[in-house]
Write a protein that binds this ligand. Structure first.
Ligand code: ZN
Length: 68
């Protein structure tokens, strides 16, 4: 029997064996997780910007109200 090189998912916490003709380095579920993370990261980044802008606006408003 010939030893076949089994490709494993590159995720160190996963290491799931991948099908021989699989084109990706990560298994399907890890790929989905990765994309979710990227999407979440964008969302977090956008909400941080929104928070920052909103916070600065509130602070500016508070300062001007205190001055009045
Ligand atoms: Zn995986």
């Amino acid at each position: 029997m010939k030893a076949k090189e089994t490709k494993l998912c590159k995720n160190k916490n996963c290491q799931k064996p991948l099908p021989e003709d699989y084109k990706h380095k990560y298994c399907e579920s890890c790929r989905n997780k990765r994309f979710d993370k990227i999407k979440d990261g964008t969302k977090v980044g956008l909400s941080l910007v929104a928070l920052f802008v909103g916070g600065v606006g509130l602070i500016a408003k508070g300062i001007s109200e205190n001055i009045d």
